[in-house]
Structures are given as structure tokens and as C-alpha cells.
Design a protein around this ligand. Sequence first.
Ligand SMILES: [Zn+2]
Length: 326
Amino acid sequence: MIETSDSIIIRPKVVYSPNYDIKFLGLEKLHPFDSCKYGRAWRVLADRFGDRLIANSLAPVAPAPTEILQLVHTTDYLKNLQRSHFVAQSLEMDSLGFLPIGILDSRVLQPMRLATMGTVMASEAALEFGVAINLSGGYHHASAERGEGFCIYSDIAIAISLLRQSQKINAEDRVAIIDLDAHQGNGLARIFYEDPSIHILDMYNQQIYPNDTYAKERVDWAIPLLSGTKDDRYLGLLKDRLPAFLQESDLPKIVFYNAGTDIYERDLLGGLKVSEEGVLERDRFVFQTVIDLGIPLVMVLSGGYASESYRLIAHSISAVLQTWNN
Ligand SMILES: [Zn+2]
């Protein structure tokens, strides 16, 4: 345990459920996404930390119910998610459209709703313990009325909405989103288009999906990158911009860190060339910077489309647990 200048005692929590993994019909063969990376990352951490991990973990027990989803998503959109073809289109896997909705819902959407509750739990835990990591979530392409890019529910926006509703934070309190997934976080920017309390830094590859110019206009600090960007430039930009972003005006009451590992050089979709060590250094820098400022931090996993993604995630979380959980 380390005490920060603001006397917050940092005791990192890991939020995880074995039901996060999406396992059926060889889904992973239809999408380059390792839909079992959550469980794989958990098992690496469990091997390393054993009872210490268990003692510092939390598990969502039920998927986010409709009344919670409705805080952010439109009724029409949630209704449309009861139709197989709509769900398949939203997942950008049209070939799944022939499946009964019951199967799609229980095998794909339900794990996502459970992970959404995980982000909610992590946001509450971060306020209490300084740091919390949800071993899933980070669906940053989902907007109020639309799912895309394998993102159906906006877990971060839902968590913010619930923190406000329960008055754990006020509507005018500043909330920062640090989105370092390789893809532009267009859904979050669209949801918070008219909400000046939400302060967004988004560093992403501008040469890949979604290239959403409308969403980009909303982002407070957009840092578009070119395909092939390597460690030196990536980390240089991050180290130059992140501290200034967080201290631009009132310090945020909470930071949501969308820690996509698809910046990794062997990722199938991200197009960037950041090494394994670079990913670890990125995460360490974000944690150190936010914690030094005494701001509660929620990390969610977001994208990561390499067979090694789970290992990168486990390395970063191990570093957090080793540094702040003695
Ligand atoms: Zn991504």
C-alpha cells in the first residue's frame, strides 16, 4: 500500500467473472478477436498472485438490466437488439444472423452486459480503493442508438451515469476518459457530445476504422497517429500530452482508462508498431501519472486482437499489483 499526496490509500481491485468469455461455434474464427482473452489473462494473474489476487478481486453476479442500459441507450436500439439480424449487423458478423436470438443473447450479449456491470463495479471500487481494473469492457464504439466494431453497450458511459445517479460524483464534476485503444473511440465522443464535464483524450490510428470526423470534433485532446507508429513516437507523445491533459483545469474526480492492447506490433487490426515492452511502459506511465495526482483510476481492456493480447494485459496488471499492492 502506498499513500498518495491526497492520502488516498491505493489498494487495486480486479473485477472478473469466468462468464466474461464468449465461447461458442468457433466465434473466434469469424472475428480476429480472442473472445477468451479475459479468462486467459485471469489465469496468468491467478498463477502469479494466488490468494492475493482472490483477496483483491470482485465479481459481477448479474448482467446489466434494461433499466441500467436505458440510462445511456435508446429504447428503440435496445428493442432492436432482440432481433438476430440486427445483433449480427451490430457485431459486424452478418453470418451470425441466422442464429436464434436466444442463443445470440445468452452467448454474446449477456457476457457483454455482465462486463458492463463489471465496469460499473470497477468505477465504484476505484473511488474507494484508488484503482480498479475490469478484465473486460471498454466498448468505446457503442453509441446511444448504435452498436458497431464489436461494441454493443457503452459500459463507460453507463458507469458514469450510475456514479452520477448515486451521487458518488456530481453532474458537474470533471470525469476524464483516456482512450489509448488503437481505434478512435467514436461512440464515447458521440454519447458525450453535449456534456462538457467529460474530458476526453483519444490517441488512435487515424488510418483505420472508424475514421469518424464528427466524433473527432468533440474530443478535447485528439492525438491521431499514422499506421506503423513505433514506441519512441507513441510514448513520447503520451508522456508529453497526458500530464497536461489531466491538469488542464480542475483535476478529474475519476479517470476511465480504455487500455486497448491493439497498439501492439503483432495485432491483427491496430496497424501500429508498439512493442510488448512499449505496451507495458504505456500502462505503467498512465497508472503512475494518474495515481501521483491522487485521482481514482478505472481501467478497462477494450480491443486487442493478437493471440498474445492476454499476456500483455496480464503483464500490465501484474505491474500494477506489484507496485501498489504490497
Ligand atoms: Zn481497438
